[in-house]
Design a protein. Structure first.
Length: 271
């Protein structure tokens, strides 16, 4: 059973638990890195995930942990009524700047993924991309998604994941990611996400893993401002990666640079 963060007295005073605070501080420092040039600006994975989701007309959409706003603003550009939400003010500022630069209109709300300030049945679609591995309580997040969706509404989740039943590779990836970005909490497997969805009455329609090539290790460090000692530790972990991790994440060298592939999960569920 996975363990998530526990609230202490000081955490409850700030309204954020330790894991949320770490994420918020990390993204406040690094918000400038999540703009146009970031790999997340390519939203072809979002389009692929939406292929089977009926989105005729103007739909009410919530994009959770919107970051630079790439997913939410893409949906706004398709004509939907989109709310972009995030825990981190600086990220919401970056998303607002992108909204203005692109001549789009959207709403912005600051809140955690684990507690949403909306009435039951407010949205037709909830999206969340490349963020849930930071969340302190994925089970609360999924329960909130189910609550704020209308009956028959859709949930689209895209995130780094790891194959079911690969504990050694999972532990390795978790250690690497935690060293690179200490605000990382946990990658969940496809089975774990499916169980969380089913527990709150969401019917999973699509659940697929596809490898996504990561830029080389140095880009990866710069994005998270990884401390020098952690960079060294990650390089050592990569050099000594167990066979299961080498196979699953296709760890290799190209032109003297370390490259690897992250299993990206796309999950589409219906309420
Ligand atoms: C990599 S960015 C998201 C990228 C974005 N979804 C996209 O498609 O481009 C991760 C975001 O998750 C947010 N975040 C982390 N933990 C959160 C939480 N518990 N609740 C809400 N937002 C959170 C961070 O503030 C950050 O903006």
């Amino acid at each position: 059973m996975l363990q998530y963060g526990v609230m202490s007295a000081s955490e409850s005073e700030s309204g954020l638990n330790e894991i949320q605070r770490a994420a918020s501080e990390q993204f406040a420092r690094q918000s400038h890195r999540y703009g146009k040039g970031h790999i997340l600006a390519d939203v072809s994975d979002v389009d692929a995930a939406l292929a089977g989701v009926p989105l005729n007309g103007r739909r009410r959409v919530l994009d959770v942990a919107t970051g630079g706003g790439h997913t939410g603003l893409h949906l706004a550009s398709l004509g939907h009524d989109v709310t972009l939400s995030d825990l981190t003010d600086a990220m919401l500022d970056r998303a607002r700047e992108a909204e203005e630069a692109r001549g789009l209109k959207a709403r912005f709300e600051r809140h955690s993924a684990e507690a949403m300030p909306y009435a039951n049945g407010t949205f037709d679609l909830v999206t969340c991309r490349v963020a849930p591995h930071h969340f302190s309580a994925p089970e609360r997040f999924v329960a909130e998604v189910a609550r704020v969706l209308v009956a028959d509404g859709h949930f689209v989740l895209i995130d780094g994941s790891v194959n079911d039943d690969e504990p050694e590779a999972e532990a390795w990836l978790h250690t690497v990611e935690k060293l690179r970005d200490p605000s990382h909490n946990r990658f969940l497997t496809p089975r774990a996400w499916t169980q969380l969805c089913e527990a709150v009455g969401l019917r999973v329609e699509v659940c697929r893993l596809a490898p996504r090539k990561q830029p080389d290790l140095e880009w990866y460090f710069e994005t998270a401002a990884t401390p020098a000692a952690n960079r060294t530790a990650v390089r050592e972990l990569v050099a000594n990666a167990p066979a299961s991790a080498r196979r699953l994440f296709r760890v290799a060298e190209e032109d003297g640079k370390v490259v690897w592939w992250w299993p990206m999960l796309t999950l589409v569920a219906r309420r």
